[in-house]
Design a protein around this ligand. Sequence first.
Ligand code: HEM
Length: 165
Amino acid sequence: MAEEPTPEALRATLDRLTPILGRWRGQGEGSYPTIDSFEYNEELHFELHDEYPMLFYEQKTRLTNGEASHWETGFVRPVDAGIVELSNSQDSGRVEVLRGEIPERSNPLVFRLRSVHHGHDPRMVETEREFRVDADRLEYEVRMATHTTPAPVMTVHLRSRLTRA
Ligand code: HEM
């Protein structure tokens, strides 16, 4: 039987995410084979809640014409030594859980999370998020596979670049 991770191992996993903590602002582009491409502005913040221990995060976006767009909030919690799960609730009603490894002492910090669960959106097959944090710059890419295309294949949906606010 696999051993339970110690609280110290979980806390050390969370520490690997220190570079992402704080408030970020930036611009991104969205696309998918089935939709018109778009550009958006976003605000993103990650805060550490030591007593749980986990990160709380929120992402709020507007299309560049000012229209409110995607909004999500959730948690990033350590589930094993070096492994985290990001779970979120999205304005559309969709929920998502992604899991991945956070490298130790990585500078820049680069990590990839892959979906282990989608709820309340039958179009979803799989998603993946890749983050790169280099001091005051954060970039991410979101890829997804959906049933809205003839054959679901991982395809870029979002690319964004943010700076520390
Ligand atoms: C910065 C965050 C995001 C923005 C600004 C954004 C924006 C958009 C926009 C403008 C559309 C086209 C209009 C529409 O169908 O509503 C769209 C479509 C879509 N988005 Fe996003 N989105 C974001 C994040 C996500 C995430 C995290 C997921 C999945 C977990 C997702 C899944 C989808 C799906 C499934 C579609 C429909 C694709 C289709 O009809 O084939 N989006 N998104």
